[in-house]
Design a protein around this ligand. Structure first.
Ligand SMILES: [Zn+2]
Length: 132
């Protein structure tokens, strides 16, 4: 069961209990939901406080977590440089043992790899100390 904050056409606000939001939509469409104050059936849903996503608070932490996961992934992978598309193909077709690799590939090469069903993760251009 969920509690929805509802409002009638005469701006009375009340709470309604429903099995789901879909169930509310179905009942509201068939005019089964009526205002307890004036029996109006023009019911609209109000955003309910506790269910509003507070993305502004959780996002920075999520981004940091994603970045450190990415950094770990890059650190554990072998830099094969411009040989990346070639090495990725060899791994995909099991010509060499699987390992994590990173390197440089053009957009055309990345597209070709993806079309061949090879999982590649396009990353921003490596920073200067990665290039040596
Ligand atoms: Zn009402």
């Amino acid at each position: 069961m969920i509690v929805l904050n509802l409002c009638c056409g005469n701006r009375h606000q009340f709470e309604g209990w429903f099995a789901s939001t879909e169930e509310f939509s179905r009942q509201a469409e068939t005019l089964l939901v009526a205002c307890p104050h004036c029996s109006d059936v023009r019911i609209t849903r109000l955003p309910s406080g506790p269910h509003i996503k507070r993305t502004g608070i959780s996002e920075p932490a999520d981004i940091n977590a994603a970045l450190s996961a990415l950094a770990a992934l890059v650190k554990d992978s072998e830099n094969v440089g411009a040989k990346f598309p070639e090495e990725a193909r060899k791994i995909h077709y099991e010509e060499i043992p699987p390992r994590s690799i990173r390197g440089i590939a053009s957009i055309t090469e990345v597209k070709a790899l993806i079309e061949e069903g090879i999982a590649v993760l396009p990353l921003p251009t490596p920073s200067k100390d990665e290039m040596h």
